[in-house]
Design a protein around this ligand. Structure first.
Ligand SMILES: Nc1ncnc2c1ncn2[C@@H]1O[C@H](COP(=O)(O)OP(=O)(O)O)[C@@H](O)[C@H]1O
Ligand SMILES: [Mg+2]
Length: 153
């Protein structure tokens, strides 16, 4: 399913819609070049979850946790890691919600993951001309909400 994103605001709005429709344990795997809008989309997701803290890229911190919203948001960025380093992180801890409160897991640079969860939303952002972007959302063993589906091109 593809959605056209005319500008930064459109990406944030899509994120809000996604954030409002997610359930505990949902995983969003984000792919796309630097500046494609992955963090922007996660900022919208945070807003949709009711998080008022500023969501910043966890490029250096690896993971940022936000707990003030409807559900916890675990925001990861694997940009600086090799797949074997990613494997050592035991990311399943987050999506299985075993040692943490079950919440939403959003992972930037999911290309770096040597293994993936059983179910997740794949989100691929690509550049268009000027400030436009296109996003392709593919559900893997999960449903896509009506609200998101209605935004398709
Ligand atoms: N349609 C758009 N969607 C998302 N970001 C956009 C768009 N147009 C311009 N931008 C700008 O591009 C940059 C995207 O940065 P960011 O979301 O951090 O990307 P990434 O996390 O993929 O590296 C921001 O400065 C944002 O304002
Ligand atoms: Mg980013």
């Amino acid at each position: 399913m593809k959605i056209f994103l005319a500008d930064t605001t459109a990406t944030q709005k899509l994120g809000i819609t996604v954030g409002q429709s997610l359930n505990a344990g949902n995983v969003i795997l984000l792919e796309g070049d630097l500046g494609a809008g992955k963090t922007t989309l996660v900022q919208g997701i945070g807003e949709g979850l009711g998080i008022t803290d500023l969501i910043v890229s966890p490029t250096f911190t690896l993971i940022n946790e936000y707990t003030q919203g409807r559900l916890p948001l675990y925001h990861l960025d694997l940009y600086r890691l090799e797949p074997n380093e990613v494997a050592a992180l035991n990311l399943e801890t987050y999506w299985e919600g075993i040692e943490v409160t079950p919440g939403i897991v959003a992972i930037e640079w999911a290309e770096r993951m040597p293994y993936k969860p059983e179910s997740y939303l794949s989100v691929r952002l690509t550049y268009g001309h000027e400030n436009t972007r296109q996003v392709e959302i593919t559900p893997h063993n999960c449903a896509i909400s009506e609200e998101i589906a209605s935004m398709r091109m």
